[in-house]
Design a protein. Structure first.
Lengths: 170, 170
DNA sequence: TTAAAACAGTTTCAAAATGCAACTCTTTTC
DNA sequence: GAAAAGAGTTGCATTTTGAAACTGTTTTAA
């Protein structure tokens, strides 16, 4: 019984991408991490159309990634700030940045230098580890699918391991 | 001198998003990690339009995230397989999955159980660490901007730290 | 205290991307 | 050797995006 090994329409990656997986949202979150808070600043730094920015910010507020705060002194003037949920995208964005640094280098552009603010120690490459602290890459990972009662390894699809081998556990 | 603290049109996150930041590409890569390789399988599992899938796969091949392999016995029949570059999105996708598990839980849907294939040890939450092994969250990180010769902390924009405080180093 | 500028959007309309269905042509399978 | 499956294309309708102008507030500065 092979067909669909993971019923992933309810996959949390898909759900995450529904919230921040469009063309602009992660860029907005990234700018927010750099300190941008105002509508015009997002607009100018991204070069995004104002109406699109408006719908994106609204969506991000609805999904609780940003919060809209009235900072006007005599009326209404707004700022968009990261929530805990938005701030928690930090790890994923660092992983994405490191991937970009490794695989899409830009001539004459050196990677952003990020460090421990207190000690100056540089940030290390983000790794997936198990609870014993062992770093794992995709080939080392097994996914147990409780619904279907079968285990499987992630493939990373290369020529060494055929589809038959991968699905032999079913 | 405040205006733009990071000239990020050349930011590696932006470059990464140019390659995999659209609505479908990361889902395609994720399926590829689960072992999907064929055009029709991607199409059916994603519910994506065939022409769109075609342009996405072509783009991913062009940017060397996937490779297109002829597996026909008497002619042409293709598979799309992850390259090293594509496989290296694993870390980022695990971080995204964990974010989704934490913040967009689905009723009755428990997180995918991922483990070390050899030992059965569960995967731990992905963390950003410095080279001394110290786990850092966004508030602990400093970015040194060599172009502008200034240092800055990432803000995570909440009400505790005002924009003035953040930019006081300039 | 008032005029000018800045903010935070809307609205309108054109251009681009996406989705759907039908249609090819080749390759497997039976 | 026929039928089915794979891997796309093509054409057209729908949706999303982008650009620019337009509104109504709120600050700033004289």
């Amino acid at each position: 019984m092979v067909k669909k090994r993971f019923e992933d329409s309810t996959c949390s990656v898909a759900r995450a991408l529904d919230e921040v997986g469009d063309w602009w949202s992660l860029r907005i979150v990234l700018l927010a991490m750099y300190g941008t808070r105002r509508f015009v600043d997002f607009q100018q730094e991204l070069g995004i159309a104002r109406n699109i920015l408006c719908t994106r910010l609204t969506r991000l507020v609805e999904s609780d990634v940003l919060q809209k705060v009235n900072v006007g002194e005599h009326g209404c003037r707004y700022e968009y700030r990261l929530t805990d949920k938005g701030r928690d995208l930090f790890t994923m964005l660092v992983a994405l940045r490191q991937w970009g640094d490794r695989w899409t280098p830009s001539p004459g552009q050196e990677p952003l230098d990020m460090r421990n603010r207190l000690t100056g120690s540089p940030i290390a490459p983000v790794r997936v580890c198990d609870q014993d602290g062992q770093a794992l890459d995709i080939r080392d990972v097994m996914v147990s699918n409780k619904v279907m009662g079968s285990d499987d390894v992630l493939s990373g699809s290369d020529e060494i391991m055929s589809r038959d081998q991968i699905t032999s556990g079913d």
